[in-house]
Write a protein that binds this ligand. Structure first.
Ligand SMILES: Nc1ncnc2c1ncn2[C@@H]1O[C@H](COP(=O)(O)OP(=O)(O)OP(=O)(O)O)[C@@H](O)[C@H]1O
Length: 243
């Protein structure tokens, strides 16, 4: 499992995500200021930063679930919003799965509501993430629910996958399973991943790009290969920026 999954070929065409001058204020509090970056197609970008930095707020804007006060977001060249929802699959920071359904009922329901649901892929990822279909969602542990959320995300063919804290409450083996499912998805270069996480060590070898955000502003954008060539790790760079 190493970085640099995206090829020049895959990176051709519009950026998977293009943010320009994003600003967001809520209840007179400035949450994001002048956020600008591109995410090339086929890359795996880590969005890292301390608690309250603005990561989830930013991901919600990219996913078209919230509108910024200033600036713009494009997803594969088109303005972010309801029309682009089919282009991206979001794992939100808080579970939004219906607890009254069993896992099987949820997966059947998801297959009906997502036009890009791939049933063969769903079975594959279900086995890979070791998700049992019998229990009620309300009876799942945090880690089991996290795996079901990821299964839901990866069973769609959407080219952009946005994961907001996919490892919260997930045990070591399950983390490895999740990381390896993500790597498997990157193999053909058709998927682009944007992942917000505090689990830098688990993801250190997977990221090929990094966006560090602190107090609502971009603190650093790095190519991970370049970082390594300069003798730094993702973790040491993070410490340098935020210590
Ligand atoms: N609707 C809102 N009204 C007021 N403040 C908000 C609102 N939504 C988010 N915030 C504030 O914006 C800041 C950024 O929150 P956000 O959830 O985006 O951070 P985060 O980087 O994802 O944090 P964490 O790593 O803890 O999940 C926080 O201080 C939060 O309290």
């Amino acid at each position: 499992m190493t970085a640099n999954h995206y090829s020049m070929e895959a990176a051709a065409g519009p950026a998977a995500v293009e943010c320009r001058g994003l600003g967001l204020t809520r209840r007179k509090k400035s949450i994001l200021q002048d956020i600008s970056f591109d995410i090339p197609q086929g890359s795996l970008t880590g969005l890292l930063g301390p608690n309250g930095a603005g990561k989830s707020s930013l991901l919600r804007i990219i996913a078209g679930l919230a509108a910024p006060d200033t600036g713009s977001v494009r997803v594969f060249g088109q303005p972010a919003g309801i029309e682009q929802l089919g282009m991206l699959s979001l794992l939100p920071d808080r579970s939004n799965l219906p607890g009254w359904l069993s896992v099987r009922e949820w997966l059947d329901f998801a297959a009906g509501i997502y036009p890009d649901w791939d049933p063969v892929k769903a079975l594959e990822v279900q086995a890979e993430l070791n998700v049992s279909v019998e229990p009620a969602i309300s009876s799942l542990s945090r880690g089991e629910e996290a795996r079901l959320q990821l299964l839901t995300c990866l069973s769609r063919t959407a080219p952009l996958i946005i994961l907001d804290e996919p490892f919260t409450g997930v045990d070591l083996i399950s983390r490895e399973r999740i990381a390896s499912a993500v790597v498997g998805e990157l193999a053909d270069g058709r998927r682009t991943f944007l992942i917000a996480t505090h689990d830098i060590r688990e993801m250190e070898l997977l990221f090929d790009r990094l966006i560090l955000i602190g107090k609502g502003t971009i603190r650093s954008i790095e190519d991970v290969d370049r970082l390594r060539r300069s003798g730094k790790s993702v973790e040491s760079h993070y410490r340098e920026v935020f210590a």
